[in-house]
Design a protein around this ligand. Structure first.
Ligand code: ADP
Length: 382
């Protein structure tokens, strides 16, 4: 069964077409980038063939979805003959608030909820919503599913997700820890159980997602019990451009002393901090490593903060879990820089003991979105 996965960001639309059945295969994938700019491009890759990269005219997400459809049913190199061959479209949606504990088929009410949660994820939910609405028109009659980044962390207890601020702000605005990257943490935790040949219900795992955004989760019995990202994806580990944990008093101090507005301080913490802000070099770990080799001490400091923060959270989550069967690293940095895993394995050995496995597992959020969509669509057919 052909399932299309769509992941819309503020100026991009990623897609991935799977043939999902007992065994799933990835048929083709690509991305429309710089939507709304003159320099918009499409990169399209049919598996096993060379990537095609070309300029496109693309003013909005609706047009991006049309470009994706045309790439999939291109006359010369068609993967599909017709859009009706797609039996389900799965959308990555960042924020599902307190409402969604699992993936769901999209109807009018779900659309309204995604729109409501745009207040909590103003950069992420609106483009997802545009992508969903366009797919509903362009792939007419094809069931659409939403797979939420927050859903996996729905299992956190109240004393874990509540902040120590006046309770009325939780009731009034929903200010609490939600956690993100849930699809990646869920995929990696399940894959770890497969690798260790143990039922996931019996495993206690710490999953460490280190990409441009970074987060860590304590997973017990297939359930997330704590995670480092919070009300927004700003909290927790040091990231490419995000600060992660800081004393909230820094915000008001900066506003007063630097005379910056709330928007500017938001920008500083989300886009000018992290590896980039500390090193002054780059948000990209490869550049940080290059600069360290040349003796750049601030790049070394950024790297050290990055790794120290991960170590601290692993220690905290070991306390939360009581026993750790595996610590699993994933995403761009986690998968490609085994040194972090190896160093932490050595340093944490006295704390965790000999039985904790340290692994690298390649994440595949798109595959999990495709599988969830397949499950939901299959239930419609049954
Ligand atoms: P995103 O969160 O955007 O999906 P990725 O998971 O692709 O990001 O991770 C991007 C990060 O992975 C960047 O910091 C990049 O430098 C890092 N990365 C990719 N390849 C390597 C590598 N070989 N060694 C070290 N870091 C790498």
């Amino acid at each position: 069964m052909f399932i299309l996965v769509i992941n819309c960001g503020s100026s991009s639309a990623k897609y991935d077409l799977f043939d999902v059945d007992g065994k799933s295969s990835d048929l083709c994938r690509g991305i429309v980038e710089r939507i709304g700019e003159d320099s918009a491009t499409l990169t399209h890759e049919i598996m096993g063939e060379e990537k095609v990269h070309r300029k496109v005219s693309c003013r909005d997400h609706h047009q991006a979805i049309e470009i994706i459809r045309d790439a999939l049913i291109d006359e010369k190199k068609s993967v599909l003959r017709d859009t009706s061959e797609v039996k389900g479209v799965g959308h990555r949606v960042v924020h599902g608030g307190e409402e969604f504990s699992e993936s769901t088929l999209i109807n009018e009410n779900v659309l309204k909820s995604i729109e409501k949660f745009s207040e909590l994820a103003p950069l992420h939910n609106p483009p997802s919503l545009e992508g969903i609405k366009s797919c509903m028109k362009i792939f007419q009659g094809v069931p659409q599913a939403a797979v939420f980044d927050t859903a996996f962390h729905h299992s956190m207890s109240k004393h874990v997700f509540c902040y120590g601020i006046p309770y009325e702000y939780y009731e009034k605005y929903g200010i609490r820890r939600y956690g993100f990257h849930g699809t990646s943490h869920r995929y990696v935790a399940n894959k770890t159980a497969e690798i260790l040949k143990k039922p996931i219900e019996k495993l206690k795992t710490i999953t460490v997602h280190l990409g441009n955004g970074c987060s860590i989760a304590a997973v017990s019995g297939a359930k997330s019990i704590d995670t480092s990202m919070g009300f927004t994806p700003l909290e927790g580990l040091l990231m490419g451009t995000r600060s992660g944990d800081i004393d909230p008093a820094v915000v008001t101090f900066l506003m007063q002393r630097e005379r910056v507005t709330d928007e500017q301080v938001n920008d500083i913490l989300n886009k000018k901090s992290g590896l980039l802000g500390v090193s002054g070099v780059s948000n990209d770990m490869r550049d940080i490593l290059g600069a360290i080799k040349k003796g750049n001490t601030r790049a070394k400091l950024a790297y050290d903060i990055f790794v120290y923060r991960i170590k601290k959270y692993i220690g905290a989550y070991a306390a939360v879990l009581g026993r750790v069967d595996a610590v699993v690293f994933t995403a761009g940095i986690g998968e490609n820089l085994p040194r972090i895993k190896d160093d932490l394995q050595k340093e944490l050995r006295p704390l965790l003991g000999e039985n904790t496995r340290f692994l690298i597992v390649k994440t595949n959020e798109e595959l999990l979105i495709a599988k969830d969509t397949y499950e939901l669509v299959s239930r419609l057919i049954d």
